[in-house]
Design a protein around this ligand. Sequence first.
Ligand code: FES
Length: 138
Amino acid sequence: MTADALPRRTALLAGGAALAAGCGGGSGGGDGTDGTRTSGTPSPTVLAAASDIPVGGGTVFKDAKVVVTQPVANEFRAFSAVCTHQGCLVDTVADGTIDCPCHGSKYRVTDGTVAAGPAPRRLPEERINVSDGNITLA
Ligand code: FES
C-alpha cells in the first residue's frame, strides 16, 4: 500500500525542517568576546606586579605612557610619562627622580612635582589600582 509510505515521508521532511531550524537560529556566539575590543568600556590594563616596582624608585611603562613609583614600601603613585616641557617620554627613574632624556627635566617620585627644569609643571597623576599584587590602570 502506498498510503503508508506518504505519511512516513511527510514525517521525515517535517523532522528535517525542524532540525534545520534548530541549527540556524540558536545560541551562536556573536557577543564580541572573540579578541576584539570595544572602545566604550575600557578593561583594566595590568602594568606590572607590584613587587616589580622598586621601593624608593619606579618604573616607566612606555607603551602605556605611565610611570609608576613606590616612594615608600607599599605606597604606589602613578604619573603621566609625557614630559610637560616638550612632550618627550621620561625614560629613567633614579635617585628619587623621574628623568626626561630630552632636556634634563626631573620630577620627584613622591608626587611628580618638578625637581629640575625646564619642565614648567608637574607630571599629571594617573589613577591606578593595586590588587592581588598587580598594578592596573584605573
Ligand atoms: Fe622633557 Fe624637554 S621634553 S625636558
